[in-house]
Design a protein around this ligand. Structure first.
Ligand code: KIV
Ligand code: ZN
Length: 512
């Protein structure tokens, strides 16, 4: 094994990650994430599932047209129609376009879902790969539910698709069932028993149902897998996918016993994590490895003392290595545009001039009311002023009367499709009254599934941050809003969720 064994990082935040409940993104949001992945220098960006909807197709096409470094992959079932549609979008990436086709290979999926005999599944896979190979030599094939596939049949499938022209063969743990030593054995078996295995890159794609997706991916790499499929913050179907930041930092930090490298610019990890949370509204748990708020915080006095004497006593990697500058400058009302823009850049926000202007105006207004402006405040400003574009519904003004005596009443004025509307509604409390007023004005049928309020930073002058999860026609969206007044923040979060319902990519359910 050479010391310079590079592992290909295949990011699927925009495809499998987007399958997280509430993580739907519109085309602009997908593009923003894609640009951040470009900065991270991942090798492959899986941009979507082009046949799933017109919106998905457009998003893959836009990413293929705009992103210059990484390869761009599009997912498709083992069907000619899917493959043709995928290439229609991917062709704009030229030689960097990758067709990723798949079919399930486990007995349970073949019998119960596909209702196909194994021989027919193999035939369909071979035909799909050959068809894709007419467009590009960059063809990936996935054996869905590979971990629960009979190992002899898995080997037969891998050999057949490599013969048909697949240059990457992916071994997904679709249901997150594997244990690390088992995954090691599966990859080792394929390495030893598939005669043409050296003609393709073996890839792993692990889900996190047992919390083992990163461990399984590392075991697979150790057994000879050359590509890892992962997502920012580990978002994805159910319990999520292997987390990019964890697998990449594990390889970097434990290079002493895992002699593999990746091309990822790890200094952009923290910004990527924040951007994704800002866009999707899915926050990172504080104790999440690498990017959680507590990942580099030392609470116990004994630890703090140790770190002061020598960081390495309790830090196995530096915050700077993921782009987290602990000596961050706190901004205030005397901070100028220059300091503001510099800080945004350090946080990974590369904004257009007019977006900087909008954010700066909001920053100044906040700084008038709040002594210190922290990074978290800036995230909220960017989310509110820049990321949340294309608003069908806009909050203009609101006023709420509440207390222990009067019946809570909310008066809300909104702009809806360019028309100003106003309403006053009573409720059980100020938030209930506000939401009812918005519902009445917008005529929305969306069901409120979750509502939470938090303070972005400490202090009674902190901005309140609200998260709202709404569900409409079986689709969940998450809205966020921040304001010094938590009732206004709640209204903004609710309206943000309604705007997302109106703008996220409509997706036809594609049965996998
Ligand atoms: O989990 C899975 O099996 C997948 C495949 C489509 C690669 O996401
Ligand atoms: Zn998956």
């Amino acid at each position: 094994m050479s010391d310079k064994q590079n592992v290909i990082i295949f990011d699927t935040t925009l495809r499998d990650g987007e399958q997280s409940p509430g993580a739907s993104m519109n085309i602009d949001e997908k593009l923003r994430i894609a640009h951040q992945l470009e900065k991270l220098n991942v090798d492959v960006i899986e941009a979507g599932f082009p046949i799933a909807s017109v919106g998905d197709f457009e998003a893959v096409k836009k990413v293929a047209e705009s992103i210059k470094g990484p390869q761009i992959a599009g997912l498709c079932r083992a069907s000619f129609k899917d493959i043709d549609r995928a290439w229609e979008a991917l062709q704009y990436a030229g030689e960097r376009g990758r067709i990723h086709t798949f079919i399930a290979t486990s007995d349970i999926h073949m019998e119960r879902k596909l209702q196909m005999e194994p021989a027919k599944v193999k035939e369909a896979a071979i035909a799909a790969v050959k068809h894709a190979a007419q467009y590009t030599s960059n063809v990936e094939f996935s054996c869905e539910d590979a971990v629960r596939t009979r190992i002899e049949f898995l080997a037969e499938m891998v050999e057949a698709v490599i013969d048909a022209g697949a240059t990457t063969v992916n071994i997904p743990d679709t249901v997150g069932y594997a244990i690390p030593h088992e995954f090691y054995e599966i990859i080792s078996y394929l390495k030893q028993n598939v005669p043409n295995i050296d003609k393709a890159v073996l890839s792993v794609h692990c889900h996190n149902d047992l919390g083992l997706s990163v461990a399984n991916s590392l075991a697979a790499i150790r057994a000879g897998a050359g590509q890892v499929e992962c997502t920012i913050n580990g978002i994805g179907e159910r319990a999520g996918n292997c987390s990019l930041e964890e697998v990449v930092m594990a390889l970097r930090t434990r290079h002493d016993i895992m002699p593999y490298t990746t091309a990822v610019n790890t200094e952009h990890i923290y910004a990527a994590s924040r951007l994704l949370s800002t866009i999707t509204g899915i926050t990172v748990q504080p104790n999440k490895a690498i990017v959680g708020a507590n990942a580099f915080a030392h609470e116990a006095g004994i630890h703090q003392h140790g770190v002061m004497m020598d960081k390495e006593t309790y830090e196995i990697m530096t915050p700077e290595s993921i782009g987290l500058n602990k000596n961050k400058l706190v901004l205030g009302k005397h901070s100028g545009r220059h300091a503001f823009v510099d800080r945004l850049k350090e946080l990974g926000y590369d904004l257009e001039k007019e977006d900087i202007e909008k954010a700066f105006v909001r920053f100044k207004a906040l700084a008038d009311q709040k002594k210190e402006i922290f990074d978290e405040d800036l995230d909220a400003i960017v989310a509110d002023e820049v990321v949340r574009i294309e608003e069908r519904y806009k909050l203009m003004q609101m006023n709420v009367a509440s207390g222990s005596f009067a019946a809570p009443t909310a008066t809300v004025q909104m702009e809806i499709d360019g028309e100003v509307k106003k309403g006053a509604v009573m409720g059980a409390g100020p938030v209930d009254a506000t939401f009812k007023a918005i519902k009445e004005l917008t005529g929305s049928d969306a069901e409120l599934k979750q509502f939470s309020v938090g303070a972005i930073t400490g202090g009674t002058d902190a901005q309140g941050e609200c998260t709202v999860r709404l569900s409409e026609n079986g689709r969940d969206v998450i809205g966020q809003g921040a304001h010094e007044d938590i009732i206004v923040a709640s209204a903004k979060a609710y309206i943000n969720a309604l705007n997302k319902i109106a703008s996220v990519i409509e997706r036809t359910r594609v049965s996998l």
